[in-house]
Ligand binder design. Sequence first.
Ligand code: MN
Length: 207
Amino acid sequence: MKITKFKGDITPEIASSFRNSIAIDTEATGLQIPERDKLSLIQICDDKENVFIIQPNKDNFKAPNLVSILENDKILKIGHFLRFDKNALEYFLKCKITNIFDTKIASKIVRTYTDSHGLKNLVQEFCNKSLDKRQGSSDWNKDLDELTEKQLEYAANDVVYLHKIKFELEKMLIREKRMDIFNSCLAFLDTRVELDQNGFKFDIFEH
Ligand code: MN
């Protein structure tokens, strides 16, 4: 794993180096986006374990190179619980993310033998590694140069296993013939994020 840090945006060269898919995750000042909290960091990992950690410009959140990747429907964006990241990225970077694979939704649809669908659980099962989630709740809004090695490693670990997890979950979805229902759920995610942004945080299907 190699970590490269960027302030504001990735370079056009990095943006054009991505091929079929990237893994993506974000860190924020909290979970109430957009009412209270702001996007602090964006982590990207290509399929060769190169990790890019981007701290957006907090004055204007302008990142055209990054947005060009998020909006490129030929590049798959793999994320865990994209309901959060899609909301944060689309709201702050003013973009529309297309072509996604959500490992949490896939897990819930196909790993019916458990109700543990956290990233930590998937990393354990498919990568046989124990993810240390203790740095998760920390101050991600510090200057990029002031983030500790532990924080950077934590942020990178949230994206580095996603390609492998996606590969394994996809095999299971095909095996169990649940690919269609999974794709329908992904299609609904746009609406789910729109509901979040309009204050409907609860499950609208519940009795
Ligand atoms: Mn994360």
